[in-house]
Design a protein around this ligand. Structure first.
Ligand code: GH3
Ligand code: MG
Length: 451
């Protein structure tokens, strides 16, 4: 029996209930009032226990460090914890109620049997999310289903398994307690009940539950946050790889993909092709139509070039200024030359008026093609250099054309030849060079084999 079983329990007709004492939800018990005849010792014991355990303390401190979702949902900062007392003895229930009420636990639920407890916990209602019970105080020996089996059933339920169950028992032999713990009990309290011990164990069980709720909420928030971070990283990465004017890939992305494709082609092995594309007399275009029209023109050219690439692995990027580049994996020299010619035609077919072009009356592009099967002693830069040399050659050859460099020596060879031809005819070079082609090639590189 709990504490002083001789004290009385006053029903709903009791006048002048003690302020702060709320309503009990147990059937047939509407209100209660603390029995004035309850021993002073017990009252003192409780108030000492309260002081000792600091029960008056609010959860505000916890809320400060708790997950936001938990604070927002109100699950953390609630007025008082909900305690379910499961005991077939009315006296025991009443005594526990008195002790808990006076200790500040105002939200109590009472059950006479395991079945009643299951009902209050909505254990058999799969649709239920509710019955916000924070802790269960369960008598072990009850008629029908005993406390240990009831505890096992609660712990087997996914929604309820985190609710701490404190077994109340008169027996202290280890087998019984072992069985209780095996059933999932959080702790046990032996009769006769000591108020300090009960409140301490109750409090630590509640703290454990709260901690678990916090941890789970943190985990949920972390998952959400990681997901959001992943999404924004992806968006950021996407933006950092896009050219803001044309919307196609930028040089950074091109360089990344080139390295990757180079390594892949090296492993396979397979040919890898590159096409450098440069707008002809674009400075003149800007001078004649203005920079804004120049920008619009570059956007149209980018679109036309992008439509000209069909394989999923192909990539078009803005290489810089009015220069574009295409990576064509698993494409040999001849194949890339065909694609380049398609791209040239596509830009010409746009029919963008360019009255100050010395090639045609419309915007055109010159294209340099290079391709090879990567080798360990070669590098992607050599492929870029070969395509650049071929482009230079295309410019020298009159623009609006495709030139393919089987290797960079042949490209330089043809360039020098064409320069000599134009020089012998006393014609000024038609392209103003930013730097000699040798400067644009990596030092000491070897010949590139064509694919
Ligand atoms: P070439 O046929 O020899 O390539 O002659 P070009 O005039 O195209 O070449 P040059 O390198 O002399 O000039 C390139 C011009 O492209 C210079 C610059 O005004 C223009 N340009 C580069 N980037 C942009 C851009 O983003 N927008 C616009 N509108 N013009 C650009
Ligand atoms: Mg140009």
């Amino acid at each position: 029996m709990l504490m002083d079983s001789s004290k009385e329990f006053v029903g709903s007709e009791a006048a002048g209930s003690t302020p702060g004492h709320g309503e009990l939800l147990a059937p047939g018990v509407a209100k209660y009032e603390l029995d004035p005849s309850w021993s002073l010792d017990s009252r003192q014991q409780i108030s000492e226990a309260q002081k000792l355990l600091g029960l008056e303390g609010s959860f505000r401190a916890e809320a400060r460090s708790a997950p936001r979702s938990l604070v927002k949902s109100g699950n953390l900062v609630k007025r008082s914890s909900v305690v379910l007392i499961v005991d077939d003895s009315e006296d025991s229930r009443r005594s526990l109620v008195e002790l808990l009420k006076i200790s500040g636990y105002n939200d109590l639920r009472l059950a006479e049997s395991a079945r009643d407890a299951f009902e209050l916990l909505c254990l058999d209602d799969p649709a239920s999310t509710g019955a916000e019970i924070d802790v269960v105080l369960m008598e072990i020996i009850m008629p029908g289903m005993g406390g240990i089996e009831a505890c096992r059933r609660i712990k087997a339920h996914a929604r309820l398994r985190d609710i701490p169950v404190l077994m109340v028992t008169g027996q202290t032999h280890p087998e019984g307690l072992e069985e209780a713990f095996a059933a999932g009990a959080t702790d046990y309290i032996t009769r006769p009940i000591n108020a300090v011990e009960l409140l301490a164990r109750l409090r630590s069980a509640l703290a454990l539950k709260r901690e678990m709720e916090c941890r789970k909420a943190w985990e949920r928030e972390l998952v959400e946050l990681t997901q959001k971070l992943g999404e924004s990283n992806w968006a950021l990465e996407r933006w950092s790889f896009l050219d803001s004017l044309t919307g196609i890939a930028n040089r950074r992305f091109f360089e990344m993909i080139l390295q990757r494709e180079w390594a892949r082609s090296l492993r396979t092995p397979a040919p890898l092709a590159l096409i450098l594309i440069d707008c002809d007399f674009f400075k003149h275009y800007n001078d004649a139509y203005g920079h804004q029209r120049g920008d619009e023109c570059l956007q149209q050219v980018a679109r036309a070039l992008a439509h000209g690439l069909h394989r999923p692995g192909d990539l078009l990027a803005r290489y810089g200024g009015e220069e574009f580049v295409a990576i064509l994996p698993e494409t040999d020299f001849e194949g890339a030359s065909v694609v380049a010619e398609t791209l040239r035609t596509a830009v010409e077919a746009l029919g963008i008026k360019h009255a100050s072009s010395c090639v045609r009356d419309r915007v055109t592009v010159s294209l340099g093609v290079a391709a090879n099967v990567p080798r360990r002693d070669s590098s992607p830069n050599q492929l870029v250099a070969a395509a650049d040399a071929a482009l230079y050659w295309a410019k020298r050859e009159g623009r609006n054309c495709v030139r393919a460099a089987a290797d960079r020596i042949s490209a330089i060879h043809v360039m020098v030849k064409s320069f000599l031809v134009s020089y012998s005819h006393c014609q000024p070079p038609r392209r103003s060079f930013v730097s000699p082609v040798e400067d644009r090639l990596p030092a000491g590189d070897s010949l590139l084999a064509s694919g």
